[in-house]
Design a protein around this ligand. Structure first.
Ligand code: MG
Length: 391
């Protein structure tokens, strides 16, 4: 039954087999961003991404790898993901029999880490499965919503006044929740300026691990601004210090980078390292694991929301489908397409509604069509791996 997906198995609506997959294509693309994105870790001016394109009969399934060109968010890069997919994941995909994307995840058990590489193949398999079964990804996952609430992330700005100006323009575009990046010296006064200008907006901050526990007293000053949450203030792989910090603060902490698996979520919640979790499918090895974290959090009444990694329309479609699950009760970071790109690689545009939501596609699989001309225009490399057992 939809909505009651067991941990290791997708309930199938017919008996079609996911295996064999005919071929896997890797495409590196480079898409200029509308405005540069600055975090405590650096500036990004374009989105470089790796797409996985699976072909099976007449069906094409897409996956988008969210690893960056550099090791900023975690240890994976586009180059490492490409290597991992070609060397380790393609042989599993072609050499093993599988009926569900979850079975693929089980077969990758021997490959430690490399979650973003594994996730993009798994996600492409979900797209193939949805298209085979003429069912939307949202429905396959147990999604309940027809639209999902979204907010927008604002990068670091050079002055509080500039930040207030940027926030103002996003509010005018219709965003109902604002997230701002912070780092030491770009925090309390910046947030104070926003609160002064907009006392009632939904506001949260993301530090991308820019602080240590020595900053606890300083971070406590953020408590007066009625923030929805403070995201990942401490170490990218830390749980224990976050638990100590959470005891000092009344604002809920939210973990992003530290949560790479359902087990991390369980441990974090058990020791009180956070009260909210940001789920990114790429970071946690795909949609099956995302669903497991979501289910755990729902059971424990812990809110989750869907983070963003500057995805193209393909990755955005996956995020929107994931965020349609009922436990995603906070607005996600999956903003409208035009926030990121002048020309996306899908034919439709994810446009913001007047309710600060994006519609959940209801077509088969990810429910969006790839604009092959636009995709070709931004492609910088292509490699196809064929399933040799079929050729
Ligand atoms: Mg974050």
């Amino acid at each position: 039954m939809q909505g009651s997906l067991a941990h290791d198995e997708v309930v199938r609506t017919n008996s079609a087999e996911l295996s064999p997959i005919d071929s896997l294509e890797l495409r590196e693309i480079r898409l200029p961003l509308v405005s540069p994105s600055e975090t405590s870790l650096g500036v990004e001016r374009e989105n470089q991404a790796l797409l996985v394109i699976l072909r099976k009969g007449g069906i094409t399934g897409y996956g988008e790898c969210v690893a960056g060109i550099d090791r900023w968010f975690n240890e994976e890069t586009i180059a490492s993901a490409k290597y991992t997919i070609q060397t380790y994941l393609a042989p599993i995909l072609f050499g093993q029999h599988m009926t569900t994307p979850s079975a693929f995840i089980a077969l990758t058990k021997g490959i430690r880490g490399n979650n973003m590489a594994v996730a993009c193949v798994e996600m492409a398999l979900w797209d193939v499965l949805g298209k085979m079964e003429d069912t939307s990804l949202s429905k396959l996952l147990g999604g309940k919503k027809e639209e999902v609430e979204v907010g927008v992330g604002v990068g670091l700005q050079s002055s509080p006044a500039k930040l207030v100006g940027a926030v103002d323009s996003y509010l005018k575009e219709g965003y109902g929740r604002i997230k701002v990046k912070i780092k030491p010296s770009y925090d309390v006064e910046y947030v104070r300026a926003i609160r002064k200008a907009f006392p009632d907006i939904k506001l949260q901050v993301d530090a991308n691990s820019a602080y240590t526990l020595d900053d606890a007293k300083h971070l406590k000053r953020l408590d007066e601004f009625n923030l929805l949450l403070i995201e990942q203030p401490l170490g990218h792989d830390d749980l224990v210090d976050h638990a100590r910090l959470q005891k000092e603060l009344s604002t809920p902490l939210c973990l992003d980078e530290s949560i790479r698996a359902p087990e991390d979520a369980r441990k974090a919640l058990e020791i009180g390292a956070c009260k909210i979790i940001n789920i990114k499918a790429g970071r946690v090895r795909g949609l099956q694991r995302s669903k497991e974290i979501h289910d755990l959090c729902m059971k424990l009444r812990v809110p989750v929301w869907c983070g963003g990694m500057l995805e193209t329309g393909i990755g955005r479609a996956f995020n929107v489908a994931l965020a349609s699950l009922p436990g995603f009760t906070l607005p996600g970071d999956t903003s409208a397409s035009k926030r990121y790109f002048k020309r996306d690689i899908i034919t439709m545009e994810f446009a913001l509604t007047t309710r600060s939501t994006l519609p959940v596609p209801d077509g088969p699989g990810i429910g969006v069509e790839v604009d092959s001309e636009a995709l070709d225009a931004v492609t910088v490399s292509r490699t196809t791996v064929k399933n040799e057992s079929l050729h």
